[in-house]
Design a binder for this molecule. Structure first.
Ligand code: NAD
Length: 359
């Protein structure tokens, strides 16, 4: 994509520190003539509340709609925790995701060989791990209507209720994302559901089977979500790509990410049907370390790599960035969150610069 527009949303807490490193890397690629992009920066989250009273100002949303891709740091922090729920920083992010219609959330969990000892699981269970969880992000029980808390008919007791609903087209489009990605990787797709109990899952399974007819080169399997949680801990390397609903994916992707032992390392992408994407590290604004210059910028740098691969079609540049991260880890450089005996602990700035140097 020539002259692609990338919107930079640093957000709150460590957001501006980690984003500075990802931006420096994109600028370095641009200066070297390897990348033709325009970068623009806007406010979201607490920073936007302070400036405008809104966690997602109209001006930011307009820029996000115009951009080809968005790179986001993180939002939130104790300063804004007492504001009414609808005006909190996290609402800005939820609103942005739903306004952009980014229905496919891609969460890779990749074990860097240099970090195997950071996992809570045994080295032979996790070394070489590379799974990609594809989570449906804009439907299912988090969005279904009706929802609420009401008094149960004929009693004084209250009950909470939510609705789990998926249309065939919603299931089909997320399954296609899963199949397309599996086709570019290990050609195995595991669809995770609860078809023994839920009608929604019965339909999900039927649609997944139907879509699989278009992907004869990808092997489709099905697994109940409870078993999938167990298998991810028992033997995670059996999986290549997993595709699942919003809530199951929420839980399984957090579980899978921690197999790699390091929240500061993991990127994510949320994409619409046209390939436009919102890219962000999976971690939050980390107020406990904000302003100290010690946050790990690698998840944000790796999110920028995903942006290059999935929205700009620059897989070869993404490969180069990922390889550079590997080389920096080989050199023994670590931010505090991934340190281990015998490594050298560096700050955010030095880690970001080391990746640029390794490129
Ligand atoms: P968190 O991910 O911000 O932090 C959890 C722990 O991980 C902290 O100890 C933190 O220091 C550490 N950590 C996180 N990222 C790190 C990095 N890059 N390098 C080194 N260490 C890192 O989660 P939390 O503490 O539950 O939430 C803090 C705030 O962030 C809250 O306001 C929350 O709502 C918000 N949040 C935002 C997002 C997002 O923007 N997508 C996601 C999760 C939480």
């Amino acid at each position: 994509m020539v002259g692609a527009k990338i919107l930079i949303l640093p957000g709150d807490g460590i957001g501006s520190e980690i984003m500075a490193e990802a931006v420096a890397l994109l600028e370095a690629l641009r200066a070297a003539g390897d990348l033709d992009v325009e970068l623009e920066t806007a406010a979201i989250g607490g920073a936007a509340i302070d400036a405008t009273g809104q966690p997602l100002p109209e001006a930011t949303l307009a820029l996000a709609r115009e951009a080809d891709a968005i790179l986001l740091g993180a939002v939130g922090g104790p300063r804004w925790d007492k504001i009414e729920r609808d005006l909190r920083p996290e609402r800005g992010l939820l609103r942005l995701r739903s306004a952009l219609g980014v229905f496919a959330n891609l969460r890779p969990a990749v074990m860097y060989p240099q970090l195997v000892s950071a996992s809570s699981l045994k080295p032979d269970v996790v070394s070489g791990l590379d799974v990609l969880i594809v989570r449906e992000l804009t439907g299912g029980i988090y969005f279904g209507q009706p929802r609420g808390i009401r008094t149960r008919a004929g009693t004084n007791e209250r009950e909470g209720f939510n609705t789990l609903v998926y249309s065939e087209s919603e299931i089909e489009r997320i399954c296609r994302v899963g199949f397309d990605l599996a086709r570019k990787r290990g050609r195995r797709l595991c669809s995770v559901d609860k078809a023994n109990v839920l009608e929604t899952s019965e339909l999900w399974r039927e649609v997944a089977e139907r879509v699989s007819a278009d992907y004869a080169d990808v092997e489709l399997s099905h697994m109940y979500v409870d078993n999938a949680a167990m298998q991810l801990v028992r033997s995670p390397k059996q999986f290549d790509v997993m595709v699942t609903t919003n809530m199951f994916g929420d839980i399984l992707s957090d579980l899978a990410s921690m197999l790699t032992g390091s929240i500061g390392m993991l990127p994510s992408a949320s994409m619409d049907a046209a390939g436009k994407g919102l890219y962000e590290p999976i971690h939050g604004a980390a107020p406990d370390i904000a302003g100290k210059g010690v946050a790990n910028p690698l998840a944000t740098i790796l999110s920028a790599a995903m942006l290059l691969r999935y929205t700009l079609g620059r897989g070869e540049l993404a490969d180069r960035i990922e390889a550079a991260v590997g080389r920096v880890l080989d050199q023994g450089l670590r931010t505090a969150d991934i340190q281990s005996p015998g490594t050298r602990v560096v700050g955010t700035r030095e880690m970001g610069q080391a990746v640029i140097d390794a490129l």
